[in-house]
Design a protein around this ligand. Structure first.
Ligand code: TXA
Ligand code: MG
Length: 313
């Protein structure tokens, strides 16, 4: 297989960050930590490099990707930002928020936007990611660094277990803090939720002082939001109150255990643990059950990921 290569594990010091940036500038794919999940990055202005992301992930179709930039002024050069979004941006960029807005320039490859007239942009908060983006000094396209359809990675080991030999490097900066992908927000005469994620809808509504329209029930607006996604190998049962025979129960707010998303019922902690615990459970069990998670705050995004993981496949 000509796509086999040696994958370098880089540490997120100055030399590692410089090496990661140089690899991206030379058209290679590099996984890097963000505060949400590990991304698989490539130069967004280089179509061949972006195509290599799809090849490594074995994505069945060209879903549009998020362009990552180091700061708000770099985002401003790529998309038209409605003035009404400014309070949200000043409160939550850098952070786990992606904005889908009309694109302003042709700098980014059409493979990133999948030919759409809008572009998804995000300023990640993780310091090593921002330092790498500053060194690249170009937008970096990055989906989550997992083989298509599998659980998203929140450690460098997760990345290597799925993509070792298929990508040039992983910039290891320890576990991700948020543990869920960014919230994706569009704008159609007002804010529209395209994907629940690491920034709660409540926090967005507070910053904007208006309500966010939800697209739930409407046609899928974020292409690539397929129902079966984030899937473990094991069978997954939701809203479980106790384990059935042969099931491993992931608990929530149910006191200490090796297998609890949060012993105290804290949604932020549960979000941070979700993917790592699914990866770990998948290695030891063939049936996983999960206790109910409340549908508020980050619970929206947790339940979204769990519902996709449990969908028929
Ligand atoms: O936290 C995150 O967002 C992570 C890290 C690496 O930043 N990235 C991530 O990327 O989750 P990905 O490719 O797994 O999800 C991006 C989603 C796609 O499923 C697509 O539906 C949506 O963003 N998207 C991208 N561009 C879009 C556009 N122009 N219009 C609508 N949806 C778009
Ligand atoms: Mg993904």
């Amino acid at each position: 297989d000509r796509s086999e290569q040696r994958t370098e594990r880089l540490f997120a010091d100055e030399a590692g960050i410089k090496r990661a940036a140089d690899l991206i500038l030379s058209g290679k794919t590099v996984s890097f930590a963000t505060e949400t999940v590990y991304g698989l990055g490539a130069d967004a202005t280089n179509s061949a490099a972006v195509a290599a992301i799809y090849a490594a992930k074995e994505r069945p179709q060209f879903n549009p990707l998020i362009a990552h930039v180091a700061d708000v002024s770099a985002a401003d050069a790529l998309v038209c930002i409605p003035p009404a979004l400014e309070p949200l941006i000043s409160d939550h960029w850098p952070g786990p928020l992606t904005l889908v807005l009309p694109k302003k320039s042709d700098m980014v490859s059409d493979l990133v936007t999948a030919g759409l007239s809008t572009l998804a942009v995000r300023v990640p908060a993780r310091a090593s990611a921002r330092a790498m983006l500053r060194a690249v000094n170009r937008p970096v396209a990055a989906p989550s660094a997992n083989p298509s359809g599998r659980i998203s990675p929140t450690t460098a080991d997760h990345v290597l277990s799925g993509l070792d030999g298929k990508i040039a490097a992983v910039l290891d900066d320890g576990p991700c803090d948020v543990g869920l992908e960014s919230t994706i927000l569009g704008w159609e005469d007002g804010p529209v939720l395209l994907r629940a994620g690491g920034l709660s809808v409540e926090a967005i509504e507070t910053a904007l002082n208006c309500s966010v329209r939800s697209t739930k029930g409407e046609a899928i607006t974020a292409p690539g939001q397929l129902l079966s996604h984030y899937a473990p190998q094991a069978a997954l049962r939701l809203n479980a109150t106790q384990a059935e025979p042969e099931e491993l129960l992931l608990r929530f707010g149910d006191g200490p255990s090796d297998w609890t998303l949060s012993p105290t019922g804290d949604l932020t902690e549960a979000a941070a643990n979700l993917f790592a615990m699914l990866h770990r459970a998948d290695r030891v069990a063939t049936r996983i059950a999960v206790m109910p998670i409340p549908q508020t705050g980050l619970g929206l995004a947790i339940n979204d990921r769990l519902n996709r993981a449990a969908a028929p496949r």
